[in-house]
Design a binder for this molecule. Sequence first.
Ligand code: COA
Length: 178
Amino acid sequence: MVSARGVTIRPAGPADAGELAKLRHAFRIAIDPATEDDDAFLRRCGPWMEERLADPSTGWRAWVAETGAVAGAEASTARLVGHVWLRRLEKIPNPVGEVEAHAYLTNMYVEPGLRGAGVGSRLLEAALAWCREQRFGSVVLWPTERSRTLYGRAGFRDTGDVLELPLNPAHCGRAGVR
Ligand SMILES: CC(C)(COP(=O)(O)OP(=O)(O)OC[C@H]1O[C@@H](n2cnc3c(N)ncnc32)[C@H](O)[C@@H]1OP(=O)(O)O)[C@@H](O)C(=O)NCCC(=O)NCCS
C-alpha cells in the first residue's frame, strides 16, 4: 500500500518552476514520444512556468504536492511529487448577474510511486477550493479514461453541452493532456 504521509499540498510559486518543468516532462513523455531534446524542453518550459507563476494576472495558477517539507527540515530535502495547473477563462462582462469567468484545469500529475493514495484528490481539492473562492462559473478539463472516476468523485459531470472542433487532431494532444 502506497503511503502519502508527509505529502503536503501548497500553491506553487515561481521558485518551483525548474522542478515543475521536470514533472511536466515526466508526465508527457510517459504518454507520447518526445519530439524535442530533454534539455531544450526544460530550458523552454522552466522560464515559461516561472513567468506565469510570478504574475497571477496571466490567469495561470498551480498547486504542488511536496514531500519531505516538514517544519525545521532543510528546504533542500523537500521534493515536488505532483502538480495541477489551471487557467482563468475570462468571459465578456454582462449585465445579467452571470459570473464572468470559468477555469480550464490541466497538467494533473502525481509520480507513479505515490498514486492511489489520495494525493491527486488533494491537489484537485486545493485547485477547486480556489475556483469556488473566485466564484468561477464552471471548471472544464479533458480527462483520460482512467482518471474519470477521480474527477467524477469531485463533482465533474459529462453535461453534453460543450462542443469541440478538433482543428488539428493529430497534434492537439490526446484527451487528458490538452
Ligand atoms: C491522475 C492522477 C494525478 C491521480 O493521482 P492519484 O494520487 O493517483 O489520485 P488519488 O489517489 O487521489 O485517486 C485515485 C484515482 O486517480 C485515477 N488514477 C489512478 N491511477 C491513474 C493513472 N495511472 N492514470 C490516470 N488516472 C489514474 C483514478 O481515477 C483513481 O480512482 P479509482 O482507482 O477509484 O478509479 C495520477 O494518477 C497521474 O498522474 N496519472 C497519470 C497522468 C494523468 O493521467 N493525469 C490526468 C490527466 S486528465
